[in-house]
Ligand binder design. Structure first.
Ligand code: HEC
Ligand code: HEC
Length: 300
């Protein structure tokens, strides 16, 4: 705090406390003229209400006096009066640091125990999956939704189904989270003309048995050679390239004709950020355990 602001705060504190203290003293000593009937002479409602004079109750005076004393002692001991640090040397940073240390020592022991248990086993422990779910909601729900069912507009996949782009065993899931993933599908509409894209899209829909036009799908089938390098000759996908299986009924960007046409025309580039600098290994371990419980259907 600069000297000016420090002085300004001191001025305001002194002014506020000074005015209230003055009123406190003055209110008890001031002589208010009293009429013969004991009132001040102020009347309202055609004389029904008359203002009288009462001394401040003793309990109120004592309470106020002790509050003034408390305010004074507080300003001596704690920061509050400009840049005066307070005799106790208290700071909110130090208090936070103390709380963090205390929290680490209690939570640390629990986390260390969880870290030693494989994620697949932890998935059956409700206390562990509750922490994993909370961490997931805090960090991942903006893209994958709080129930991990994904968001097709963002291309964030459903993590509760049994279909995994990059592998669904706990190690692969952990790698996805720690290192991030980035799937790149190039735009391929240019060489195909509009009808070619439509035909191919109907063919892609036919692979998973989604509603499609059989004649257009048959016309589009040969074009799939363009796609086979990544999605495989039968459209089953390729985990190494992160090219999704197009024959299952789960979709990262949606299984409507429009969504498939857009995927072909403009390509797709889903980016899963890396978390290794933001989450601890044990956090990722607990999230993986919760995801395991969701996608393997046991528990929670
Ligand atoms: C900014 C949005 C975003 C956030 C935040 C995010 N993800 Fe993702 N995640 C994605 C996208 C997009 C993909 C798909 C990547 C691709 O297309 O290659 C993905 C993919 C994944 C995969 C791979 C899925 C598979 O099928 O193999 C896992 C696992 C995953 N995310 C878990 C998480 C977890 C756990 C968190 C929180 C720590 C998280 N994600 C946070 C967007 C996000
Ligand atoms: C260079 C490799 C590559 C080629 C070639 C390729 N794809 Fe892809 N495709 C991918 C990848 C990787 C993704 C996932 C993109 C992401 O992670 O955002 C993808 C995603 C898709 C999707 C979205 C799937 C979903 O679940 O929403 C569709 C549809 C698709 N591709 C169809 C095709 C078709 C049709 C062709 C041929 C015209 C083709 N792809 C060619 C790599 C490829």
């Amino acid at each position: 705090m600069s000297a000016f602001w420090s002085a300004w705060v001191m001025f305001l504190v002194t002014l506020n406390l000074g005015i209230t203290f003055f009123l406190f003293i003055w209110g008890q000593r001031v002589k208010i003229p009293v009429q013969p009937d004991g009132s001040t002479g102020h009347v309202w409602a055609h004389g029904v209400l008359r203002e009288s004079v009462r001394r401040l109750p003793r309990w109120w005076v004592l309470m106020s006096a002790s509050l003034f004393a408390a305010a004074f002692i507080y300003l001596v001991l704690f920061p509050g009066f400009g840049s005066h640090k307070g005799l106790l040397g208290w700071t909110s940073h130090a208090e936070l640091a103390r709380d963090v240390v205390a929290n680490e020592s209690t939570a640390g022991a629990i986390l260390a125990r969880y870290a030693a248990i494989p994620a697949g086993e932890l998935a059956a422990d409700p206390a562990a999956t509750r922490i994993g779910k909370r961490l997931f909601i805090d960090n991942c729900s903006a893209c994958h939704a709080p129930d991990a069912r994904g968001n097709k507009r963002l291309g964030a996949p459903d993590l509760t189904d049994a279909h995994w782009r990059y592998g669904g065993d706990d190690d692969a899931v952990k790698t996805s989270i720690l290192e991030g993933r980035s799937g790149l599908m190039p735009p391929l509409g240019a060489g195909l003309e509009e009808q070619g894209v439509l035909n191919l899209a109907h063919y892609v829909l036919s692979l998973s048995g989604a509603p499609h036009d059989a004649a257009m799908a048959a016309a589009g089938a040969p074009q799939f050679a363009l796609c086979a390098a990544c999605h495989g000759p039968n459209g089953k996908g390729n985990v190494q390239l992160g090219a999704p299986d197009l024959t299952d009924a789960t979709w990262q960007y949606g299984g409507t004709l429009d969504a498939v046409v857009l995927s072909i025309m403009y390509g797709r580039h889903g980016v899963m950020p890396a978390w290794k600098d933001r989450l601890r290994e044990t956090d990722v371990h607990l999230i993986t355990a919760w995801l395991h419980s969701q996608s393997h259907g046991d528990g929670n």
